[in-house]
Design a binder for this molecule. Structure first.
Ligand code: PSU
Ligand code: MN
Length: 300
């Protein structure tokens, strides 16, 4: 194993024994959800992975040490600490050199998962192309999917994004977008968009076969998109009203770059009276469970 990477004993043993392992990201803990919902969701996700027979590997850079498989106390520290960096792929080197604590976004988590031999990863929603033409803003999650062979299980792309543009970029980059039991691309808190996925897959076994075939033929990352659980999903029209208000607030506050997504998610939580927060939590845990089922299917 790489000497620059700390991998927990449990994760290392599971990877060596070809058991199912699921990577979980930490930006949603440090920047996506408020305390204490963040630590509760992280623990529920780990429990959901275990219940499905796989090993959870939450990933972050505590005090400058890239780590796959955080301990529970590291997880809680990350959830409580102020001033945790939000690290995408490009930010990891400086965080390590300066011994800064950093949460990893989808791009950075994919890179570290791959370095540890973990093939399946669960999150809430991936980043993508933002709606405004100016300032121009496209997430590093998309290019990482193009280069790193990890399956990202999510509820689609965040509904704060320009979804048609995001899907076109993924097509250009050769990244499959599979719908789990749906032909319509899910839109995070909103169960479905009017946009098609590249293929519909209906079982963890089919997903495992498709991902194995994709990587065998030289493909890298892939997306498995599962709609938000129906009990907590938000209707599209209601969501659009909250979003335009949150976007005006973001412009007024001058939130740009890496600050945009956390700002919008927090504002949406307030505007919706906590409904987007409930949806976000539920979809993250549901994705962790599905990712574990796929990870187990990939090992047999
Ligand atoms: N899923 C969630 N909440 C989040 C994220 C995902 O439910 O906060 C994070 C992921 O880490 C993703 C990031 O990579 O949002 C996107 O940030 P940006 O738009 O700055 O690329
Ligand atoms: Mn961005």
């Amino acid at each position: 194993m790489n000497d620059w990477l700390t991998v927990s004993a449990e994760v290392r043993a599971a990877v060596a024994a070809n058991r199912g392992v699921v990577a979980l990201e930490s930006t949603l803990i440090a920047h996506g959800l408020p305390w204490p919902a963040n630590v509760e969701t992280a623990r529920e996700s780990e429990a959901a992975v275990r219940a499905a027979g796989a090993v959870p590997a939450t990933i972050a850079i505590p005090h400058g040490a890239p780590t796959v498989g955080l301990s529970d106390s590291q997880l809680e520290e990350l959830a409580r600490a102020p001033n945790v960096l939000k690290a995408s792929r490009r930010d990891m080197g400086a965080a390590v050199a300066l011994k800064r604590s950093a949460a990893t976004t989808v791009s950075a988590t994919m890179a570290l998962a791959h370095a540890a031999g973990v093939r399946v990863f669960a999150t809430g929603g991936i980043g993508g192309a933002h709606r405004d033409a100016e300032p121009f803003d496209i997430s590093a999650d998309l290019t990482e999917l193009a280069r790193t062979p990890v399956l990202v299980v999510c509820a689609g792309a965040k509904s704060i994004l320009h979804l048609p543009r995001t899907l076109e970029i993924l097509e250009t980059l050769g990244v499959p977008v599979w719908g789990y039991r749906t032909a319509a691309f899910p839109a995070f808190y909103v169960r479905e968009s009017a946009l098609p996925v590249s293929a519909r897959l209906d079982s963890p076994r089919d997903v495992a076969s498709a991902f194995a075939a994709h990587t065998r033929m030289g493909g890298n990352g892939a997306i498995l998109a599962q709609p938000c659980p129906p009990e907590v999903a938000v209707p599209a029209t209601e969501f659009e009203a909250w979003l335009s208000e949150a976007e005006s607030a973001a412009r007024a506050a001058g939130a740009t770059g890496a600050k945009v997504t956390p700002f919008l998610l927090a504002r949406l939580g307030e505007l919706s009276g906590g409904r987007t927060l409930a949806a976000n939590r539920a979809l993250i845990v549901a994705n962790a469970r599905l990712a574990a089922e796929v990870a187990v299917a990939l090992t047999s």
